[in-house]
Design a protein around this ligand. Structure first.
Ligand code: GTP
Ligand code: MG
Length: 210
């Protein structure tokens, strides 16, 4: 049996972390759980889903989608298809998807796609998750790279692109500004706790670092 099957067997709940390559998914999971998943400097390090098992809860670090240096375009499409397939196959146990974005560059990247008349991959993924009825939380990472006084307008710009009307604070139960690098991830922790509580799974709190 493949190693990953051992981890997924018997899991009844799952939280997946999705997002472009290099946005900080693996760093965030490590901060949240204290468990290490592969974290590399080179984009595109995670090419297959990596799992952490916390009781019957599976934490899944999805491969980064979108541009990866050194990875051919065709391969990137294959990665995207694999992600979509994985999510469809496991939608029944996925209680939540954390979509991680690189806050300071998100709007610029999206607008680059829009100028080519293409649907930005982050937006496509966000809508796809919602269509499947998956609870999506937006983790806006790398806030350490913006000045405090620019934070609100950055967050308004990001949520607006994803179809959530500003001000972003209207969406506080699904938008979590954070810095995985600085260990500032409190808002996401609170959201995860709330969702676990709603599912009467307070017993799982202990697996997340406080
Ligand atoms: N400034 C800053 N850098 C961060 C933050 N979080 C992660 N990084 C850096 O971003 C780079 C990518 O982080 P990863 O956690 O490997 O990103 P990933 O999304 O797992 O990347 P893939 O596995 O390629 O999809 C690393 O160099 C991290 O140190 C953050 O909050 N702020
Ligand atoms: Mg990774």
């Amino acid at each position: 049996m493949a190693k990953s099957e051992n981890k997924t067997e018997g899991a009844s709940l799952e939280i997946i972390f999705v997002g472009r390559s290099n946005v900080g998914k693996s760093s965030l999971i490590r901060e949240l759980t204290g468990r290490k998943v592969k974290v590399g400097k080179r984009p595109g390090v995670t090419l297959i889903p990596a799992h952490i098992r916390l009781s019957d809860l599976l934490i899944t670090d999805m491969p980064g989608f979108g541009f990866m240096s050194g990875v051919k375009e065709r391969k990137q499409d294959i990665v995207k298809d694999k992600i979509v397939r994985y999510i469809e196959d496991n939608a029944g146990r996925i209680m939540m998807a954390v979509m991680v974005v690189d806050g300071p560059v998100f709007v610029e990247v999206v607008e680059r796609w829009e100028s080519r008349k293409e649907i930005p991959i982050d937006i496509e993924m966000f809508d796809f998750l919602k269509e499947l009825g998956i609870d999506v939380v937006l983790a806006v990472n790398k806030t350490d790279r913006v000045r405090e006084e620019e934070l609100d307008s950055m967050l308004d710009g990001i949520t607006d692109k994803l179809g959530m009307l500003p001000p972003w604070r209207q969406w506080i139960n699904m938008v979590a500004p954070m810095s995985a690098k600085k260990g500032q991830i409190k808002s996401l922790k609170l959201i995860i706790r709330q969702r676990l509580h709603d599912k009467r799974r307070d017993d799982l709190f202990k697996y997340f670092r406080s």
